[in-house]
Structures are given as structure tokens and as C-alpha cells.
Design a protein around this ligand. Structure first.
Ligand SMILES: Cc1cc2nc3c(=O)[nH]c(=O)nc-3n(C[C@H](O)[C@H](O)[C@H](O)COP(=O)(O)O)c2cc1C
Length: 193
């Protein structure tokens, strides 16, 4: 029987039409599928029913109330994870933060061992794909640094990023920049998700 790896695509691209980030994600997955058979499970989080944590989410003793664990279980069991999100305010759209709150459940995506935590996620890699209107300095990439840290917290072995920047700068050829970003990823080998 053929074994197919599961890729969880966490789609945080808010623009339903013409999202350049989604275009980059699709190009990336198409290339990846050319090499290996993957089952892609898309979790579109732009219309997510999961809610942000609020004051109602806590018991009197400060512990968190039960939250729906289905997203966390799906995340923990994926073989590979791809997150697609546009660059907003040095980070990403808040739907992705809400998603992170909902998957960070002790006993599912990580556990505490004494003073430390141990990641419980099975994924071989997390690839973060984004596009930005301007050009970014290293210190601007706060969303990327956060997702890299979270990946290791969840026990995911590798972290990759793929980005295309300068897309809103007048005169720039958007299609050309996206094509170049995809090619660069291919050359670096980061398409080996
Ligand atoms: C709410 C919002 C915030 C943004 N913040 C930034 C920013 O801080 N820096 C930047 O370079 N571009 C910013 N942009 C531009 C987007 O990153 C850029 O247009 C991106 O390519 C959008 O991706 P999409 O085509 O997939 O929607 C912002 C756009 C929006 C709508």
C-alpha cells in the first residue's frame, strides 16, 4: 500500500481573490508535489470559528477552561506544515494568532516536564510563506522569528521560510518577484518539505 505524507496547509491569506501570498503557496506546493506524493489538508483559518482567548476562558484558579482540541490534534499529527500568511505590521493577520492560541494545548502539541516543555508534534518541518508590501530588514521579521521559535517549542524538526517582498512598491513587477522567490527556494532546496 502506498504511504502518502500529510501536509497541513494553514491558510491565513485574507484576500479571497488575487492574494499574492496564496499564489506563492500554490507554486510551492505544486513544485513539492512534483517530487513526492502529498495529501494536502487545507485549513482555511480566515473564516475560523475558533475564538480568541478572553476573560471567559479562565477558571477562578487561573487555569484555562477546556477549548476545542480538534485544531491542535490536526496540527500535532501532520507530517509537514505549511503556513501561508501576508505580512501585516511586522507580523501576520490576527487570525493566525487566534489559531496559535487554539493549537497550543498542553498534552497535545507540547507538554510540561518539570521546568521545561517538550514538543509533541510529529511534523518534520514547518514552512512559513509570506509576502510583504515593502522590503524587510532582519529586525522587521518578527512574525517569522515567532513562528520559528514556536516550531521548536512544538517539537517540529525543521523550520523554513519563503518570502517575496517589495510587492507594493510602485513600478515593481509582482509576477517576476514571486517567480524569483519560488526559484530561489528551489535552488536552496527548501522545497524539500
Ligand atoms: C492590514 C495590512 C497591513 C500591512 N502591513 C504591512 C507592513 O507592516 N509592512 C509591509 O511591508 N507591508 C504591509 N502590508 C502590505 C502587505 O504585506 C502586502 O500587500 C502583501 O503582499 C499582501 O499579501 P496578499 O496579496 O496575499 O494579501 C500590509 C497590508 C495590509 C492590508
Amino acid at each position: 500500500m502506498e504511504v502518502t505524507s500529510k501536509v497541513l496547509l494553514v491558510n491565513a491569506c485574507l484576500r479571497k481573490d488575487n492574494s499574492r501570498t496564496l499564489k506563492l503557496v500554490e507554486g510551492f506546493l505544486k513544485e513539492a508535489r512534483r517530487k513526492t506524493q502529498y495529501q494536502i489538508i487545507e485549513r482555511n483559518i480566515t473564516d475560523l470559528k475558533a475564538k480568541p482567548l478572553t476573560s471567559k476562558g479562565f477558571n477562578l484558579d487561573g487555569t484555562q477552561k477546556e477549548i476545542d482540541a480538534s485544531l491542535a490534534k490536526e496540527f500535532a499529527l501532520a507530517d509537514y506544515i505549511v503556513i501561508g500568511a501576508p505580512f501585516y505590521e511586522f507580523s501576520f493577520p490576527s487570525v493566525l494568532s487566534i489559531y496559535i492560541e487554539n493549537i497550543s494545548i498542553p498534552g497535545i502539541t507540547f507538554k510540561y516536564v518539570g521546568e521545561n516543555s517538550v514538543g509533541l508534534c510529529k511534523a518534520m518541518s514547518l514552512t512559513y510563506i509570506y509576502t510583504a508590501g515593502g522590503y524587510l530588514k532582519e529586525e522587521d521579521k518578527i512574525g517569522e522569528h515567532l513562528l520559528k521559535r514556536l516550531s521548536s517549542f512544538y517539537g517540529i524538526k525543521e523550520f523554513h521560510s519563503l518570502s517575496a517582498t517589495g510587492l507594493d512598491i510602485a513600478g515593481n513587477d509582482v509576477d517576476k518577484i514571486i517567480k524569483e522567490a519560488s526559484l530561489e527556494a528551489k535552488e536552496k532546496g527548501s522545497l524539500q518539505i
